[in-house]
Write a protein that binds this ligand. Structure first.
Ligand SMILES: Cc1cc2nc3c(=O)[nH]c(=O)nc-3n(C[C@H](O)[C@H](O)[C@H](O)COP(=O)(O)OP(=O)(O)OC[C@H]3O[C@@H](n4cnc5c(N)ncnc54)[C@H](O)[C@@H]3O)c2cc1C
Length: 281
C-alpha cells in the first residue's frame, strides 16, 4: 500500500469529516493488522490514511448492569487491564491469547472486529454474545448486531465508509463458555481458527446454545441451535449424535474442507460433553 497523505484527526467529528472528503481512505487504528502482512491493497494506487490514534472519545469504556460499552480504540491490553467482572471471562481469555504483549498494547478491539478478509479472534465470541457495533458516517449513526456482518457465504461483510465507534457487549452470564483456538499461537497466522460455544441452562434444561466456528469463514447454524434448545441436561447420547449429524450435513452443504469439518465436529462433540459434565472452560 502506498500512502501519500496521512490525516491525524483529534476528534471523532474531524475524522468523520475527513472520511467524507476521502471516502476511499484507509482507517488505521493500532496498525497491527494493516501493516503486518504484505501489501494491504493495490501498490500502484496512492491512498490516504486516517489515523484514529489521537481520538480520546473512542477510548471510553462504561458499564451498566446489562452491558459494557467499549470505545473502538480501546486496546486489547486496556481491555485486559479492566477490573475483574468488567468484561465476560470468556472474552478476556480470547483477548489474552491474541498476539504478544507488545501487539496487544497497540491492537484495538475496533481493529480486530474490522478486518475485512477474515474474522479475527474477538469476532466469533462477540457475535455469539450478540454484541452490537455502533457505526458512524457523517452525522448518522447506527447499531448493528455483529452477526449481520457475516455474509451469506460466511465471509466478513464489513461496512465501508463508516467508522466503528463503540462495541456494546451484553453481560448475561453463561453456564458454559468455551473459546478454543487452533493453530499457531502469538503469530498473525492465516491458518488459525477459533471455536466458540456458549450455553445457558434453566431448571436442568438447555435454554440457549450458540456455536460458531471461524476458520476461513464463519460456520454457525441457528437452526441446529434452536433444535437443541429445551433439551434436558445431561443431553442424551442420541441427542448428541443427532446434533453432530446435523452439523456434519451443514458442513457438507456449506462445502467445508473435510479436515476443517472434522475438527469442527470434534469440538462440537467435546462442547456437548463439557456441558453434560457441568464444566466451564
Ligand atoms: C505478531 C502478531 C500476532 C497477531 N496475532 C493475532 C491473533 O492471535 N489473533 C487475532 O485476532 N489477531 C492477531 N493479530 C492481528 C492484529 O493484531 C489484531 O487483529 C488487532 O486486534 C487488529 O487491531 P488494530 O487496531 O491493529 O487494527 P488495524 O491494523 O489498525 O486495522 C485493521 C482493519 O480494521 C480497519 N479499522 C480499524 N479501526 C477501524 C474502525 N474504528 N472503524 C472501521 N474500520 C476500522 C482498518 O482499516 C483495517 O482494515 C496479530 C498481529 C501481529 C502483528
Amino acid at each position: 500500500m502506498r500512502i501519500d497523505e496521512v490525516i491525524v484527526p483529534a476528534t471523532l467529528s474531524e475524522a468523520l469529516s475527513a472520511l467524507k472528503r476521502n471516502p476511499d481512505a484507509v482507517l488505521c487504528a493500532g496498525g497491527t493488522e494493516l501493516f503486518s502482512e504484505g501489501p494491504a491493497g493495490p501498490a500502484d494506487r496512492n491512498r490516504t490514511l486516517i489515523s484514529l490514534h489521537g481520538i480520546q472519545e473512542l477510548r471510553h469504556v462504561s458499564r451498566t448492569d446489562l452491558y459494557v460499552e467499549v470505545g473502538s480504540m480501546t486496546t486489547l491490553a486496556e481491555l485486559l487491564a479492566l477490573k475483574e467482572g468488567f468484561v465476560p471471562e470468556t472474552l478476556r481469555s480470547v483477548v489474552n491469547r491474541i498476539g504478544t504483549f507488545a501487539v496487544r498494547n497497540l491492537a484495538t478491539l475496533g481493529g480486530n472486529l474490522s478486518v475485512t478478509d477474515r474474522f479475527r479472534d474477538c469476532f466469533p465470541i462477540l457475535a455469539c454474545m450478540d454484541a452490537l457495533a455502533e457505526y458512524r458516517q457523517g452525522t448518522a449513526s447506527r447499531w448493528v448486531n455483529l452477526n449481520r456482518l457475516i455474509g451469506p457465504r460466511g465471509t466478513p461483510e464489513m461496512p465501508r465508509g463508516e467508522i466503528l465507534t463503540r462495541i456494546r457487549i451484553p453481560l448475561g452470564g453463561w453456564d458454559l463458555g468455551i473459546a478454543h483456538k487452533l493453530g499457531f499461537p502469538r503469530i498473525n497466522s492465516r491458518k488459525s481458527s477459533l471455536f466458540v460455544a456458549l450455553a445457558r441452562t434453566d431448571k436442568r434444561a438447555l435454554s440457549d446454545i450458540r456455536i460458531l466456528y471461524a476458520c476461513d469463514r464463519a460456520l454457525r447454524s441457528r437452526e441446529i441451535e434452536s433444535s437443541l434448545a429445551g433439551k434436558k441436561i445431561p443431553l442424551l447420547p442420541r441427542d448428541i449424535e443427532s446434533a453432530v449429524g446435523a452439523y456434519a450435513d451443514y458442513c457438507s452443504h456449506a462445502g467445508i474442507r473435510e479436515s476443517s469439518a472434522a475438527r469442527f465436529l470434534t469440538l462440537v462433540r467435546r462442547a456437548f460433553n463439557q456441558l453434560n459434565e457441568g464444566v466451564t472452560a
